[in-house]
Design a protein around this ligand. Sequence first.
Ligand code: PMP
Length: 358
Amino acid sequence: MTILTAAESLADLVGNTALLKLQSLSQLTQCEIFVKCEFQNPGGSVKDRAALQMVLEAEQSGKLKPGMTIVEGTAGNTGIGLAVVAKSRGYNLKVVMPKGQAKEKEQLIELHGAELVLVDAVPFANENHFYHTARRIAEQNPDYWWADQFENTANSNAHFLTTGPEIFQQTDGQLDCFVSVAGTGGTLGGISKYLKQKDPDTKIVSVDPDGSGILNFLMNGKHQATAGSSFTEGIGIMRLVNNFKQGKIDYGLNLPDSDIVTVANYVRKQDALVLGSSSALNVTAALYCAVQTGPLNGGKPQKIVTIACDAGERSVSKLYNEAFLASKNIQSDAQSIEHLIERYKTEINRLQHVEFNL
Ligand code: PMP
């Protein structure tokens, strides 16, 4: 008998999320495609796990003490996660965010009681980048602690300790492939490390949006951006960071925003699941892997897991906004899912073996 007990704080609700089979895409590909429902976390995203683990490890090491202020630079979701955890555990929070991210995320950070500092969106080399700004703010006050989600491996550790084991258990250890985007690489790093430790034959795929440097890095060790750009938020990176380094990756894959739009709308209509934009890229990549390696291409049925990093409400102003998409020359009904699958089946295999050892 399961005994249900009440949680003592919001932070106690982080983790133990459901695994959902996407019936529509599973049927079309004769595979099993699952999403880990990270939008069920109290702050609504996969970053709640990283936020909690970073705070717990900082408390244990004595770097974070009662009454201190947590500072972090983020595209938004880590800020929301930290806001949930900070409030629950009695800290103040300052969040530094680049302008131009979804307004919904800015509003949530403030609603959760954190202070928001908006800076211009500039390249990493510029000292005013949100990352450097957060570090500087923290350095100026001895009562501030900088979470540093990119280099602080408590982030990937959260996924090694919780998300990876949950996925392994929820699939009875019978997983063929795990697919993930990367922002800091915490999710991909920690989960892939755990799954490879359990079964080295599980294939790990890193998926990257247009304009990011991860795919080229995995091929030749250099973070050269792929062509184009993407409206996805919080993912893609142009430098090697500690959390990404934890990854055990077999294949790199790059997919365009136009494919994400097709898949997101199909899943929305068929499964009633409204995906966020990075989640939609994850699911598109899972579809790609199912088509390329599964029965549609003469292979065995595959069991594939990916992450629903956050829910679609944080992507309403971009992924599900026809006027915004038109400004990017994307029409949401331009290609059917059948057409997309046929393309994935017949075009040159985009799954690229990782050549560069992390
Ligand atoms: N999706 C979204 C919406 C995110 O905000 C982030 C983190 N910025 C990610 C995916 C990537 O997560 P990670 O930092 O663990 O690579």
